[in-house]
Design a protein around this ligand. Structure first.
Ligand code: IMP
Ligand code: MG
Length: 210
C-alpha cells in the first residue's frame, strides 16, 4: 500500500504514505453513517475523544454523524517522548459531566496494546452509562496485550509506528493530512545532540524537516 502524496511540506519526512487524505475521509464518512444506523432513533450518543491524538478524527467523525451528539474529552498519558508505550496509563483530564444513563462512544486514534482503552472502559463502566462503544481510526491487533475489540475500526494496520491525522511522534506531525511511516532519520533525531545555532535539525534536513 503506498497511497498518493499531497504537497504538504512535512510529508518529506515520511518514508511512505499508508493512507491518503481521500482514503481517510471516505472511510470516516462510512463510519459516521454506520454509527448513525446502529443507534436507536432518538439516542443522543456522547462522543468521548481521547486527547490529543483523536482530535482530528473526532472532528471529522462528528460531522459525519447525521443526528444530535454531545461531545466531551478525556486525556490520558501512557507514552513518553518515544515511540513505545511505558505500559502505565494515567488520567490527565476527566469528563466534564456525569455519564450515568448516557450512550458513550469513545473515539480513539489508534489501539495498540489496548491498555489505554481497557483502563478507560473500566473506569467509565463504573459510572453506569447506558452503553459504551469504541470507535478507533486505526487498529494494530497484533500488538494487543489485553483483549479488546473495538466496535468501529477505520483501518487495521500492521505493527508500524505511524504519524499524521492527529497521531504524533514527540508532538509533531499531528497536522499532516495523511497517515504514514516516518523516515528512520526522523526517529533518530531524538537520540542525537541538539543542533548548534544555525545548523539544520536532524540528518535529513536537506530533504525533510525533521
Ligand atoms: P495503547 O494503550 O497501547 O493501546 O495505546 C494507545 C495510544 O498510544 C494511542 O492513543 C496513541 O496515542 C499511542 N500510539 C500507539 N501507536 C501509535 C502510533 O503508531 N503512532 C502514534 N501514536 C501511537
Ligand atoms: Mg491516543
Amino acid at each position: 500500500m503506498n497511497d498518493s502524496l499531497t504537497d504538504h511540506p512535512l510529508e518529506r519526512d515520511l518514508e511512505r504514505v499508508l493512507l491518503s487524505e481521500g482514503t481517510i475521509q471516505a472511510r470516516v464518512r462510512e463510519l459516521g453513517a454506520r454509527i448513525d444506523r446502529d443507534y436507536e432513533p432518538g439516542d443522543e450518543p456522547l462522543l468521548v475523544g481521547i486527547l490529543k491524538g483523536a482530535c482530528i478524527f473526532l472532528s471529522d467523525l462528528l460531522r459525519a454523524i447525521p443526528r444530535h451528539v454531545a461531545l466531551d474529552f478525556i486525556a490520558t498519558s501512557s507514552y513518553g517522548a518515544g515511540a513505545r508505550s511505558s505500559g502505565q496509563v494515567r488520567l490527565l483530564k476527566d469528563l466534564d459531566k456525569p455519564v450515568e444513563g448516557r450512550h458513550i462512544l469513545i473515539v480513539e486514534d489508534i489501539i495498540d496494546s489496548g491498555l489505554t482503552l481497557t483502563y478507560l472502559k473500566r473506569m467509565l463502566l463504573a459510572r453506569r452509562p447506558a452503553s459504551i462503544r469504541i470507535a478507533t481510526l486505526l487498529d494494530k491487533p497484533t500488538r494487543r496485550k489485553l483483549p479488546l475489540t473495538p466496535d468501529y475500526v477505520g483501518f487495521t494496520i500492521e505493527d508500524l509506528f505511524v504519524v499524521g491525522y492527529g497521531l504524533d511522534f514527540d508532538e509533531r506531525y499531528r497536522n499532516l493530512p495523511v497517515i504514514g511511516v516516518l523516515k528512520p532519520a526522523c526517529y533518530q533525531k531524538m537520540d542525537e545532540e541538539a543542533p548548534q545555532a544555525g545548523e539544520p535539525r536532524g540528518r535529513d534536513a536537506k530533504e525533510g524537516t525533521c
